[in-house]
Design a protein around this ligand. Structure first.
Ligand SMILES: [Fe+2]
Length: 195
């Protein structure tokens, strides 16, 4: 029998941009990404042991006469999701970025994940998340279970409220498994223009 070979992990994302310098700065701030290689048209950035996690193509070099004013094509990628190991890691990133003027446009407890959504200078959307359950088995049981039928989007939260609870002696992990399942959050981000 033939073996079905599947990818083992997501490796990198490549964006085309006319805000090249802004993008390098934003990914440097938010992800702590460093430039591994840069040439007049492209830059490759890494933030961990992988050789590159992002590359950016400078459209002002590749397509200097072009414009990004074309109507937005709705077909395509909506967002990419990046998992943090712990809620402390996620919230430290939130606090660090907020101090640099970078804030999430949507904070939602999906039930499955605690998620903060960010948009880069070009509006590319990404989700920074922590799984609500420790095991893959528990996460898979949740996504296949009735809670997803009842509220497939999630419940919004205010990260400042969670941080205030921590200052009062609580732990972020107190919020990790969602205990309140309504109100259902609207979907936020670019797609909300269509809804
Ligand atoms: Fe997602």
């Amino acid at each position: 029998m033939m073996t079905m070979h599947r990818p083992s992990k997501l490796a990198h994302v490549v964006y085309r941009s006319r805000r090249f310098a802004d993008m390098l700065a934003w990914y440097g701030t938010v992800f702590g990404a460093r430039v591994q290689h840069q040439n007049p048209a492209m830059a490759f950035l890494a933030f961990d042991d992988e050789h590159h996690r992002f590359a950016f193509i400078d459209l002002s070099v590749i397509d200097p006469e072009g414009s990004d004013q074309a109507p937005k094509p709705w077909v395509g990628v909506d967002h990419l999701a990046w998992t943090y190991a712990t809620l402390d890691d996620l919230f430290e990133t939130y606090t660090r970025c907020k101090a640099q003027g970078i804030e999430p446009y949507w904070c939602v407890h999906h039930g499955l994940t605690i998620s903060m959504y960010y948009a880069d200078p070009d509006g590319n959307q990404m989700e920074f998340q922590v799984n609500a359950f420790d095991s893959d088995e528990a996460c898979n049981a949740y996504i296949r279970g009735p809670a997803m039928d009842a509220n497939p989007v999630g419940v919004e939260f205010d990260p400042e409220e969670w941080l205030a609870a921590v200052r009062d002696g609580g732990s972020l992990d107190d919020f990790r498994v969602r205990t309140v399942h309504e109100p259902a959050s609207p979907i936020r981000g670019a797609i909300s223009e269509l809804l």
